[in-house]
Design a binder for this molecule. Structure first.
Ligand code: GDP
Ligand code: MG
Length: 161
């Protein structure tokens, strides 16, 4: 079963996507960044693919700085995952932290799908255009909360696996 890691800075919607793919609310969704204590793994499904989901958010409550947590998250994700979804927030656009995160992922040279979350109702359009600047290819607009874009995400996933 392929392992899929969901990575990205706090509050972009990683736990929301994890729960959607798991089909049940296993990870805590919170609008306060960085304080969730999530389960890290679950069985999930996208299209007709069974997946081992890895939510890297468990590192967000470490007592270390955000850059160190990002590196820890990324290293763990790349060790265990066949493919990563790198999530950004379409309503906030690409932040400096997103860019540094993207640098790590690009250097690692492993399959990464760039997904722009919170795009329901065309509200993420600005962030979607912005997302090309992280250099990880064509961004996939999704709404983890509303289940939009899941079939596009699936199409990209089967290309990478
Ligand atoms: P994480 O820190 O990356 O795990 O993010 P969470 O999954 O905890 O979500 C952070 C916040 O974004 C919560 O308030 C969620 O309800 C919200 N959120 C997640 N996905 C979406 C989405 O698709 N659209 C909108 N509008 N909000 C979302
Ligand atoms: Mg989370």
């Amino acid at each position: 079963m392929p392992a899929l890691a969901i990575v990205g800075r706090p509050n972009v919607g990683k736990s929301t996507l994890f729960n959607r793919l798991a089909g049940k609310p296993l990870a805590i969704v919170d609008d306060r960044p960085g304080i969730t204590r999530d389960r890290r793994e679950a069985r999930g499904r996208l299209g007709d693919l069974d997946l081992r989901l890895i939510d890297t958010a468990g590192y967000e409550d470490a007592a270390t700085g955000i850059e160190a947590r990002m590196r820890a998250q990324t290293e763990r994700a790349l060790q265990d995952a066949d493919v990563c979804i790198f999530l950004i927030d379409g309503r906030e656009g690409v932040t400096a932290l997103d860019q540094r995160f993207a640098d790590l992922l690009r250097k690692a040279g492993r399959p990464v799908i760039l997904a722009v979350n919170k795009c329901e109702g065309a509200r993420g359009e600005a962030g979607l255009g912005d997302a090309w600047s992280v250099g990880l290819g064509e961004p996939v607009p999704i709404s983890a909360a509303h289940g939009e874009g899941m079939s596009d995400l699936f199409q990209r996933l089967i290309v990478e696996l």
